[in-house]
Design a protein around this ligand. Structure first.
Ligand SMILES: Cc1ncc(COP(=O)(O)O)c(C=O)c1O
Length: 409
């Protein structure tokens, strides 16, 4: 039975917390989202019923004593997801792009050098963002389907002093996975003062990522991909080293909304159980995020098992595609993401031939995004519950649809 969550109309006149009102309205066990096509683009992804139910929490004051610990828990669980013990999380209303603005506004000063590793579309956008704040950016561009080599990184780092290096852990336009551990090791060896910035919008909670152990200074991400929450939350964790660089900057922060001068006290206040206000947090989304983080960090499968389940789901999709003669953009399995797959169309076939047919089979896939080859390929996402909850049968649904659509070609 489908229950639609509607705002609670009180007929009681005794005071009671809105949370318990919510629980009397209907139960999470009864709530089912409406039937819909399977969303397997590389984000936003399918969201679990209990997360959508949490999002339907009655309106709450962002400074209420009931909400503050929920926000505080989200900060603590965000650390757990990126495997950091001391990193400083920032949870701010916005999308993944706001993470770039936070880095560009707070961690680099006008005129300082940034090195951007380019493994697809998102390297260009991060570059543009850094330049907007006055950084001088050099890019190292990998060929399409590859990640930048350690040799190229090493020689660039030897050529000049970079305040920071950025890379896209999984570039959503190509499905290329960069070796975060190796990149951080190269930077530490060749230019230890350079901050290592990881764009994890398409990797957090779906790809193995160990912020502290690998020495990553910033992990930035968003709610709508591996974390399994609707879009709208910019999520970033900064190392204490990155916070020191921010605190010792001499130039003013070139942004009002993205300034850590504003947000750092707010995050610290929420985590210590106090109220503070700079700009209204996305209260309902925080409830949804809390639900998803609780599942990821406290329930089975564990985070480590999740990484493994994403690898297994990815292998099934990629093996099926290979058997159908479809070639991946990723040139080498070592560069292939586990939360998504980018596949070239066969010769003479276009998005217009394939995506509507997948749609007719109940599958929403995404077209190409990389400007140079945009019309030549399509993308499938397999993150979050689609990869982890085998009972849903999503991977089977996708492989069956691929076989039906491409076998008929
Ligand atoms: C790797 C990567 N970085 C950054 C972004 C930007 O995130 P958003 O669209 O949430 O602003 C995206 C979006 O898909 C992405 O895939």
């Amino acid at each position: 039975m489908i229950f639609r969550v509607t705002p609670f109309l009180s007929t009681l006149n005794r005071p009671i917390s809105s949370r318990s009102f919510f629980r009397t309205m209907t139960s999470v066990a009864e709530f089912k989202q409406a039937p819909h096509k399977l969303l397997v683009i590389p984000g936003p992804i399918e969201v679990a019923d209990e997360v959508l139910y949490a999002n339907a929490h009655p309106s709450m004051s962002h400074v209420s004593p009931d909400f503050i610990p929920v926000f505080g828990d989200c900060l603590r669980m965000t650390r757990e997801v990126v495997l950091s013990t001391e990193g400083q999380p920032f949870l701010i209303s916005g999308s993944g792009t706001l993470g770039w603005d936070q880095v560009a506004a707070n961690l680099i000063q006008p005129g300082e050098n940034a090195l951007v590793l380019h493994s697809g579309y998102f390297g260009d956008s991060f570059t543009e963002c850094l330049e907007t704040y006055g950084a001088k950016v050099d890019q190292i561009k990998a060929e399409i389907g590859a990640a930048v080599s350690q040799e190229a990184i090493e020689s660039a780092l030897k050529s000049k002093k970079y305040r920071l290096l950025t890379f896209t852990h999984v570039d959503t336009s190509t499905g290329v996975l960069s070796d975060a551990k190796a990149i951080a090791e190269t930077v530490k060896r060749v230019s230890p003062e350079t901050l290592v910035i990881l764009d994890g919008v398409c990797s957090v909670a779906s790809e193995e990522l160990r912020m502290d152990a690998w020495g990553i200074d910033v992990v930035l991400t968003a709610s709508q991909k591996g974390l399994g929450v609707p879009p709208g939350l910019s999520i970033l964790v900064a190392s204490l080293r990155a916070i020191k660089v921010f605190e010792s900057r001499t130039a003013p922060v070139g942004s009002y909304y993205a300034s850590w001068k504003k947000w750092l006290p707010i995050m610290k206040a929420y985590e210590s159980g106090k109220t503070a206000y700079f700009a209204t947090p996305p209260v309902n989304l925080i409830y949804a995020y809390h639900q998803s983080l609780s599942t990821i960090t406290k329930k089975a499968p564990s985070l480590e098992e999740r990484f493994e389940l994403h690898r297994a789901a990815s292998k099934q999709i990629k093996d099926t595609a290979a058997a159908l003669g479809l070639k991946q953009l990723a040139l080498d399995p070592a560069f292939a993401a586990n939360g998504m797959t980018a596949l070239y169309f066969p010769e003479g076939v276009s998005a217009g031939d394939v995506l509507p047919k997948l749609g007719a089979k109940g599958i929403i896939a995404a077209g190409g995004l990389h400007a140079e080859i945009k019309d030549k390929y399509f993308r499938l996402g397999h993150m979050g519950i689609t990869a982890v909850d085998g009972q849903r049968g999503d991977i089977q649904t996708v492989t069956t649809a691929l076989k039906e659509v491409f076998a008929a070609k």
